[in-house]
Design a protein around this ligand. Structure first.
Ligand code: ASP
Ligand code: MG
Length: 426
């Protein structure tokens, strides 16, 4: 059993959907020549930039503007026209029915909290992508079963960050896919990122959460591997759009992958690793355009040590320094208060430094959250902040790398451990 995940980063156009279908077909054919039929689960996320497009539409509606679905409708319609024979009226009818459902959902969201409404709207990205992929596969004779992730991945009702109910999700997945499922041995298609509560409300798992969906399914069905398909050769030591001369890492440990995603490398969704590590299931990151190349393999114990600095740059950071008004140390009680405020506004700290009389925090700049934090802190604390900064993390650093990548910047905060050097730069 294997799980393949295809993200919006690569599902950009007709050619990419054809290429992904080709990779899936190859795998299915390979499996059927091997020992009997083997299950393959394919997880797709929304097409290229569509989740962002849904967010924009949703935010407009929340601000009382009229809906503008033109971009979303034309993007998907043109894929349908390019990929699917005009005789296939069924997919076109389904597409229109889904767009009507979306329009209805947009009418109802005003009565919901921001987060709940968000999930009811943004989840349509995955519903549409899976509809189109499924129709294309059907046309191409790639026999498969569709699974609705909203009924498969059971979460609590923490909208936009649904926590998975493993027990119930396990039962549902095993029943539909696993060894006790009646379709075991087949090809399945489902959506990443989305789930549903026990009572049938749609939830999402957090932005970029499709990797996590693939890991959840992989771990429940005891997959032999989970493959995340990308348009890069694997995990690189730095983002090629930010740094020149990057190199692929052939093999890294689960721990290293967790560290990298924690520090902000956009390689893998941070939650993805744990379910796989628990079952010792390798995670492969491979290129859709070079499917026979080895990619990067994430395993328990890597045999290939990382011999090159790994660079992770997070832009748009804000540095907040908090001091007690009476210049006392920021001690336990004050820390407890500060952390409860951070939790209340769901502010995720990217770096923290504790000094004699102050606590410095770095997080993604978000004006709404920053204002809320300042309002909550100002009665008891003196607060200073600097925005527009960048957080550079260098794993496996050496002095040359530090000199090269911090040159020309002002260093606001600096932290160094045995393997990791981090700099807040402005
Ligand atoms: N489509 C969702 C997003 O863009 C989930 C994913 O891509 O993994 O956040
Ligand atoms: Mg996406």
């Amino acid at each position: 059993m294997k799980v393949f995940k295809f993200g919006g980063g690569i599902l950009k156009n007709t050619e990419a959907i054809q290429a992904m279908s080709h990779v899936v077909r190859k795998e299915v054919e390979l499996k059927s020549t091997q020992s009997g039929q083997q299950t393959l689960v394919v997880v797709v996320s929304a097409f290229y930039q569509m989740t962002n497009a849904f967010e924009l539409v949703y935010n407009d509606i929340r601000q009382g503007k009229t809906e503008d679905l033109n971009h979303i409708v034309s993007f998907h319609s043109s894929l349908i026209e390019d990929l699917i024979d005009e005789q296939d009226v069924q997919v076109r009818e389904k597409f229109h029915a889904i767009i009507c459902e979306l329009q209805n959902a947009l009418k109802l969201v005003q009565n919901l909290s921001y987060d709940e409404g968000y999930d009811q709207v943004v989840s349509f990205g995955e519903i549409l992508s899976s509809l189109i992929v499924s129709a294309y596969w059907e046309q191409e004779g790639l026999i498969h079963h569709n699974l609705d992730a909203r009924k498969l991945i059971v979460t609590d009702s923490c909208f936009r960050e649904g926590k998975v109910n493993w027990d119930q999700t396990g039962k549902k997945i095993r029943k539909s896919i696993g060894s006790d499922g009646e379709f075991s041995g087949s090809l399945f298609l489902t959506q990443g990122f989305i789930g549903g509560t026990q009572h049938g409300y749609t939830t999402t798992l957090g932005r970029e959460g499709s990797d996590y969906t693939a890991a959840i399914i992989g771990s429940i069905i005891d997959a032999q591997e989970v493959v995340v398909w990308k348009d890069v050769p694997g995990i690189l030591n730095a983002d090629p759009t930010q740094f020149s001369s990057t190199r692929k890492l052939d093999e890294i440990s689960y721990l290293e992958a967790v560290e990298l995603s924690y520090f902000g490398a956009k390689v893998i969704h941070p939650n993805t690793i744990k379910p796989l590590q628990n079952k010792n299931i390798p995670l492969l990151v491979k290129s859709l355009f070079a499917p026979n190349d080895s990619g990067t393999c994430i395993v328990e114990r890597s045999v290939a040590p990382i011999d090159i600095p790994v660079l992770i740059r997070k832009e748009n950071q804000v540095l907040v320094s908090i001091q007690a008004r009476d210049f006392s140390f920021v001690v336990e009680d004050a820390l407890a208060e500060i952390f409860s405020i951070l939790a209340r506004y769901r502010i995720r700290i990217n770096l923290m430094q504790h000094g004699a009389v102050s606590l410095s925090l770095v997080f993604n700049q978000n004006q709404k959250k920053l204002d809320a934090l300042l309002d909550a802190l100002l009665p008891n604390f003196k607060v200073l902040y600097n925005g527009g900064l960048e957080l550079l993390t260098i794993r496996h650093y050496d002095s040359q790398a530090i000199a090269k990548y911090t040159q020309g910047y002002r260093i606001y905060v600096q932290q160094q451990s045995r393997k990791t050097a981090r700099f807040v730069l402005g």
